[in-house]
Write a protein that binds this ligand. Structure first.
Ligand code: PLP
Length: 632
């Protein structure tokens, strides 16, 4: 057998394919993070070890600010290059939709990184608008106001203009235009507005219904005409500055991007003829992330690069404007996923393993002389390459029969336990024997999906990787260390929630979806850490409190001028007290109630004073502790 080394590990986990150069594996077998080209590679395992030493426990979300800076730089570079190459006469401006990751430190990093290129911010609700009103400090920076709006929202959006922000109210429903006209009059503040159109052409991928006739948001062409008439009626047609569409997140195929652009650019030029004030074409989000590294139009991938995307967007807009003799607009993108997904890694610890059955030399004697139970041993002994499939069929019917007899009382628990264990060892042996075959029958091949270890991991899927549960989104997952060793186990992952859905049994693969993850055996007491990568978009905010597992610890990691690793921000995860507070259990009340019960038990003589003191102490400590299991 070929010797295992880190390069084989890189290949096994596809690191170079999905990592975009940010992730690697060093000679010590540890995962590394290189936030920006030429920067020092940060040893992720070392980072975790020093966090744990400081008392910051896993699960922990590690955010690399340098990756955010590099994503913004990459996007701007792509558009500048495309503009230069095509001789486009307009310009480009990115806008970050904060819904993708509203965490203050993340937004601060994005603002700082995008300052020179005048990156704007986009909000989709009143709370998001309030956050951005306070933190957006780019003089005359774009503040795009999307989402459903009430009067309060519109009022705040207009007042933002007095704070030196260039707020543009994007009309998603015609009623918002009437509200804006009214509010503007009341406040004496002139507005700028955009129209969100509903392209009939759709994106592709999981969010393709964000576009098309039945899309939830946007104006139809007749509503757009009605909107212009309304603006004209009030002498405000010069307010119209922007045309927007959003064809859905994670658009996996460039063909769809191009197809929608044909319709949108036509709409833009027509609209610009009616309202010459129009000067922004906002192509929304949707720029995808290649989670599995396959570079295909599979749901977790994308069949294009950022460069190709920028060229296609710029080219389509440039050509359409030239053809109609319309001034070239400022192209706006609202890419969110593509800017933030790469920067966060969730690191969690494996705390236990339920191993699958091994192939044994012999099954050992059955506990009784029950003939049917004894047959398992016979099947096991007589199994060969040639009769593997037949043995599998026999084992399946024998097991069914044994279970039925157990239900009817003909077989004892001890006999059933032997049969259960024998059955799984038998399957393992069938799989092993059949691997010698030139063509492995499908039925036997499918055994691979059952013969897997379950690795129990200290995290909540619902809190930290909600899209894995909700929409079967794939994320690259791999150990963050031990890559010089060959992973000898095949596993699925189970989280700490009491929910059978709290598991991951689909993993990235170049050609398909893999039903298992290659992992190492545990080497107790050494902790075994796994990392879920590319989790910086949507996961934190969509996460929920299932079983009251709260926010994880989060740490921002950056390199200082000397190339040393710095933890720039540590955001402690929820304590039990905080998680309980979300569901209206207040700690003082809980302590008081517990004290009442203790008093009662003490008076009844069912508890000693020492026990009472201990329970109260432990309870108080637990309230202040992390919601996850205390390991490491
Ligand atoms: N803009 C709007 C209006 C959206 O609804 C979304 C998200 O779906 C985005 C931008 C961000 O999309 P993405 O993260 O796919 O770039």
């Amino acid at each position: 057998m070929e010797k295992w080394d880190v390069s084989r590990s890189k290949q096994a986990y596809g690191v170079d394919l999905w990592g975009e150069g940010y992730f690697g594996i060093n000679a010590d077998g540890n995962v590394t993070v290189t936030p920006e080209p030429g920067a020092k590679a940060i040893d992720l395992h070392e980072v975790v070890r020093s966090l744990v030493q400081r008392g910051i426990h896993v699960p922990v979300l590690i955010r690399f600010d340098g990756i955010i800076r590099n994503r913004i730089h990459t996007l701007y570079q792509a558009f500048s290059k495309a503009i230069e190459e095509s001789g486009f006469e307009g310009s480009y401006c990115g806008v970050f939709p904060i819904k993708v990751n509203q965490q203050r430190h993340v937004v601060d990093t994005i603002r700082a990184a995008g300052r020179d290129s005048r990156l704007g911010l986009e909000v989709g609700s009143k709370p998001e608008l309030c956050a951005v009103l306070a933190v957006h400090d780019l003089e005359d920076g774009l503040l795009l106001c999307n989402g459903y709006k009430d009067n309060e929202y519109i009022e705040l959006a207009l007042l933002a203009r007095r704070l030196g922000k260039r707020s543009i109210i994007i009309i998603e429903q015609l009623s918002e235009l009437a509200q804006t006209l009214e509010m503007s009059k009341r406040l004496g503040i002139e507005a700028e507005v955009g129209f969100r159109m509903k392209p009939v052409s759709k994106g592709v991928g999981r969010w393709e219904t964000s576009g098309g006739d039945r899309a939830k948001f946007g104006l139809t062409s007749s509503e757009i005409i009605e909107g212009i008439e309304k603006l004209r009626e009030h002498g405000k047609e010069h307010w119209l500055k922007l045309l927007h569409y959003h064809a859905g997140s994670q658009i996996t195929a460039i063909g769809a991007v191009k197809k929608i652009l044909r319709e949108v650019t036509r709409m833009y030029t027509e609209l610009a003829k009616l309202c010459p004030s129009l000067c922004f074409l906002d192509v929304g989000g949707g720029l995808a992330v290649d989670y599995d590294g396959s570079k295909t139009n599979f749901q977790s991938s994308m069949n294009y690069t950022i460069g190709e995307y920028a060229r296609d967007v710029v080219y389509a807009i440039s050509e359409a404007c030239k053809a109609e003799n319309i001034p070239a607009p400022t192209i706006v993108t609202e890419a969110g996923r593509a800017l933030t997904a790469h920067h966060s890694v969730l690191v969690f610890q494996v705390v236990d393993v339920a191993p699958t059955a091994e192939v044994l030399r012999d099954l050992g004697d059955p506990p009784t002389d029950n003939e049917r139970i004894g047959e398992f041993r016979e099947l096991y002994r007589k199994l060969t390459v040639k009769n593997a499939l037949e043995t599998l069929h026999d084992a399946n019917s024998l097991r069914e029969e044994v279970i039925e007899r157990f239900i009817q009382g003909g077989i004892s628990l001890v006999e059933r336990a032997y049969a259960d264990s024998a059955y799984w060892h038998l399957l393992a042996k069938v799989r092993k024997e059949a691997s010698e075959l030139r063509y492995v029958p499908e039925e036997i091949e499918r055994l691979d999906e059952s013969l897997l270890d379950t690795y129990f991991c200290n995290f909540s899927l619902f809190q930290s990787l909600p899209d894995s549960w909700a929409i079967e989104q794939l994320f690259p997952i791999l150990p963050i260390h031990r890559h010089s060793e060959q992973p000898s186990r095949r596993a699925i992952l189970a989280d700490m929630t009491c929910d059978s859905d709290g598991k991951i049994d689909k993993f990235i693969d170049l050609k398909d979806v893999k039903p298992y993850l290659p992992l190492h055996s545990l080497r107790n007491p050494d902790p075994y850490y796994l990392g879920a990568f590319l989790v910086g978009a949507y996961q934190e905010i969509l996460g929920d409190l299932h079983n009251l597992f709260g926010d994880t610890n989060a740490v921002h990691v950056d390199l200082d001028a000397s190339g040393a690793v710095r933890f720039t921000h540590v955001v402690e995860g929820d304590t039990v007290r905080e998680a309980l507070g979300y569901v209206q259990y207040e700690a003082p009340d809980l302590v008081e109630r517990l004290r009442g019960t203790i008093e009662r038990e003490l008076s009844a003589g069912r508890m000693t004073g020492e026990e009472a003191a201990k329970i109260q102490k432990r309870f108080r400590e637990a309230l202040e502790g992390y919601t996850y299991l205390a390991y490491g």
